[in-house]
Design a protein around this ligand. Structure first.
Ligand SMILES: [Zn+2]
Ligand SMILES: [Zn+2]
Length: 367
């Protein structure tokens, strides 16, 4: 199919009975001009013409409502000109408001998804109206095929459209798969759109914690060899360290360049091979067995379930402090009760968005 000529505006009939025409134009200084709805000369190019219902648009947007009242109504004006947004993001909004969705709207590019969030900011649309649409839009994404960059771009929309599963999946994947610092990517020019508060700090905190847990698991046997009294401990420790050096964390200062997932999936981590010294005692043999690393591997793989939007919501800084439920879930060790995703303590802990002092006070009380 040939792509549409950018010079010809896209005609979008949202409501065939519609009594309002909205011209969406791109202002161009000293560019082509046309006569706008109010009779004023407008410099720019019309990108799309939407036919909508005046009542539906006014009812759902205070900004449009104000615009269409008063002078406009008195003059019986039925054409207005607007300049902010993108064709897809505006069409999406008008379709949602008129309950006139098309399949095309479930495949709009990610940039337009961000634009749709921006549009609802200054047009006073209720963002919740897009949640159902977004769920379907997101479900058409092949999660297995996502690149790191795609994940960083999807974080904010998943958060804004309250998609708990998507947000948990992305934050979990990034914590395991990023070697370096995780940041979000904003594909638009609206720099004020970004995750609020400490969400990015929390994902990075979870990433660091996974790495520490992995290293602790790997070096725990070394610690135990040092406490042993048998005569085979020296040779056994040497064998263990030789095995460790093949797991991908060696040389130790270079492991930071690899993601936790890459290290955990290394062949010698999945199947730990090290040659036990002859006549090694039972304790030494046990520590050299493949099962030692398998246990660490599984513990780390099962540790973090991603950030939980419901726990984040309960702990947002607000008047009266964190919801009591949140602390109660920890005391009962039922970390994800009342959450839309199932998760353990690490997710509960890293989804905390409140003040550090409150978390510390809780931990002290628990002890
Ligand atoms: Zn021994
Ligand atoms: Zn939760």
């Amino acid at each position: 199919m040939a792509s549409p000529d950018p010079k010809i505006p896209k005609i979008v009939t949202i409501d065939p009975e519609g009594d309002l025409t909205i011209n969406f134009y791109e202002p161009i200084k000293d560019g082509p001009e046309y006569v706008g709805g109010s009779g004023k000369r407008i410099f720019g190019r019309v990108l799309a013409i939407f036919k909508v219902s005046r009542q539906v648009v006014s009812r759902n947007s205070r900004q449009f409502g104000m615009m269409l009242m008063g002078v406009f109504q008195e003059a019986g004006q039925h054409v207005i000109d607007i300049e902010e947004g993108t064709v897809n993001s505006l069409e999406l909004w008008f379709r949602v408001l008129h309950d006139a969705m098309t399949d095309e709207m479930y495949c709009i590019p990610i940039e337009d998804v961000w634009e749709a969030i921006e549009v609802c900011g200054y047009r006073n649309f209720d963002i919740k109206r897009l949640n159902t649409w977004f769920e379907k839009w997101f479900s058409s994404t092949d999660l297995e095929e996502l690149e790191i960059e795609d994940m960083c771009t999807l974080l904010y929309p998943c958060h804004e459209f309250n998609h708990a599963k998507g947000f948990a999946f992305l934050t979990k994947s990034l914590a395991y798969q990023m070697a370096g610092h995780i940041t979000e990517i904003n594909p638009t020019s609206h720099r004020h759109l970004h995750l609020e508060g400490n969400a990015i700090g929390s994902i990075n905190g979870a990433r660091g914690s996974l790495r520490s847990k992995m290293l602790r698991g790997l070096f725990e046997p070394v610690d135990e060899y040092l406490k042993q009294r048998c005569s085979c401990k020296a040779e056994a420790l040497f064998s263990y360290c030789t095995g460790l050096s093949k797991t991908g964390i060696w040389p130790l200062e270079s492991h930071h360049k690899k993601s936790v997932q890459t290290i955990l999936d290394g062949p010698n981590f999945i199947k730990f091979v090290c040659k036990p010294p002859p006549n090694a005692c039972v304790n030494c043999l046990e520590r050299l067995a493949s099962s030692t690393l398998t246990k660490t591997r599984l513990n780390v793989l099962r540790d973090f379930d991603g950030l939980c939007l419901d726990c984040m919501d309960r702990t947002k800084p607000k008047l009266g402090g964190v919801d009591e439920d949140y602390w109660e879930h920890d005391r009962r060790r039922a970390w994800s009760s009342d959450c839309r995703i199932t998760h353990d303590q690490p997710t509960w802990y890293f989804s905390f968005m409140g003040r550090k002092t409150e978390m510390r006070a809780h931990q002290r009380k628990k002890r």
